[in-house]
Design a protein around this ligand. Structure first.
Ligand code: NAD
Length: 395
């Protein structure tokens, strides 16, 4: 079939296998070109289908030579329907890892469930014995509590009072003022349940009980801080509270698993274009400005660049220094970067509602997430959307 992008709001409902393979292939090539580094050799990556989780898996496998078990929740192709981008990304990763002689097992399903935890831990024990690295990189709108079955939703809303700010329709480049009402108590509780540390802690506990954590194992989850203009909607809002909970979980796990020498970290990553970040009000506009400023200063990094730096440079430093927090957003938050972002932000604010800005960089980045607009891909070619994943662990 001919595969074209189809949108519903900020979601693209189709993905192009060739484009996704080209994206992941280029991440892998860059990782190999940057050279091998000494890092974890047996890793479990939870949320490995796209964004930071996928880039972590690529860095660990093709930078550090790690065998990996990856868990993601993606849609396979069905009749007349493409798979999701994360499915194709995983298929490409698995094919390349297989060619490179690296262990790569992938599981597809709900990581919040006890059933998936059990299956993933079985795969870890069978293929890797134990793991010395667990990456927890889930971004999800909902979670069913495994004990009660109750479904919780996560929202990105301010707390206490409404937030009014500028946002960008990256399809058209149009600016508009948006007001987001504050979260209710229930919405805050739901966001903590979905995006806080509870599920991460359940994973670590289940792995430890199964004897699947190697002594001195590192475990990482990811957070974002960002500048003042995003604080009301992010750092000081519902998602920020969930991220505080994630950091408290890291601290708690350090003492709970002291005998094992577990090293939990929360890495503060840079803002990058992913499916999750595209849906946050204000963020696409901030990122449009940020990418331009960081690009012109030669500082721009994508997921792959960030995760290379994390595992090759910052994690070893953090292990030597102790503590639970790693800052990978240092370049984004540099005073000269933020001064220039602030100057341009004010100019945009003066243009105000209805103005149209150049949103091409963000839009291209967004399309690319789904395998569209990727150089070298023949989009006029009849393409089979049904692509298998080598080493997929079937239920
Ligand atoms: P993403 O949307 O690209 O990836 C999310 C991943 O989670 C996918 O692999 C998906 O398959 C998986 N997933 C979702 N629900 C699942 C479930 N129930 N079971 C199994 N897998 C599931 O997101 P991302 O932007 O890479 O976000 C990953 C983490 O990084 C999040 O914690 C996010 O807050 C954090 N972060 C993101 C940014 C950013 O700018 N994108 C910045 C800093 C931190």
């Amino acid at each position: 079939m001919l595969i074209e992008p189809r949108f519903r709001g900020y979601i693209c409902t189709t993905a192009h296998p060739d484009g996704c393979f080209a994206n992941v292939g280029s991440q892998i090539r860059r990782m190999k070109d940057a050279g091998a580094f000494e890092g974890p050799k047996r890793a479990l990556v939870i949320g490995a289908g796209s964004g930071y989780g996928l880039a972590s898996r690529v860095a660990l496998a093709f930078g550090s030579g790690a065998g990996t078990v990856g868990v993601s929740f993606e849609r396979p192709a069905a009749q007349d329907r493409t798979a999701s981008a994360g499915w194709y990304n995983t298929a490409c990763f698995a094919r390349e890892a297989n060619r490179a002689g690296l262990v790569a097992r992938s599981l597809n399903g709900d990581a919040f469930s006890d059933e998936m935890k059990g299956r993933a831990i079985e795969a870890v024990k069978a293929e890797l014995g134990q793991v010395d690295c667990v990456v927890y990189s889930i971004a999800s709108p909902r979670r069913a509590d495994p004990k009660t079955g109750e479904v919780y939703g996560s929202v990105i809303k301010p707390l206490g009072k409404p937030f009014t700010g500028m946002t960008l329709d990256f399809h058209t480049g149009a600016l508009s003022e948006v007001t987001v009402e504050p979260a209710t108590e229930g919405e805050l509780r739901g966001t903590l349940k979905v995006m806080g540390g509870e599920d991460w802690a359940i994973w670590i506990s289940a792995l430890e009980k199964a004897g699947a954590l190697a002594s001195g194992c590192v475990t990482l989850a990811y957070t974002y801080v960002g500048p003042e203009v995003t604080h009301a909607i992010y750092k000081d809002g519902t998602i920020g509270k969930a991220k505080d909970d994630l950091e408290a979980t890291a601290l708690g796990m350090r003492s709970t698993y002291a005998a094992l020498g577990l090293k939990p970290y929360v890495s503060v990553n840079k803002a990058v274009v992913t499916q999750s970040s595209s849906a946050i009000p204000v963020v696409p506009l901030y990122m449009t400005v940020l990418m331009d400023v960081m690009g012109s200063m030669g500082l721009e990094e994508d997921c792959a660049g960030q995760m290379r730096r994390l595992f090759a440079e910052e994690l070893p430093k953090a292990e030597a220094a102790g503590g639970c927090r790693i800052r990978l957003d240092d370049r984004e938050m540099r005073p000269d970067v933020q001064r220039e972002v602030g100057r341009r932000w004010e100019a945009l604010a003066r243009m105000g509602d209805g103005a149209v800005v150049d949103a091409k960089a963000f839009r291209d980045g967004f399309f690319k997430l789904f395998g569209f607009g990727v150089e070298g891909v023949d989009y006029g070619r009849d393409t089979d959307p049904d692509v298998g994943i080598v080493g997929l662990v079937e239920p």
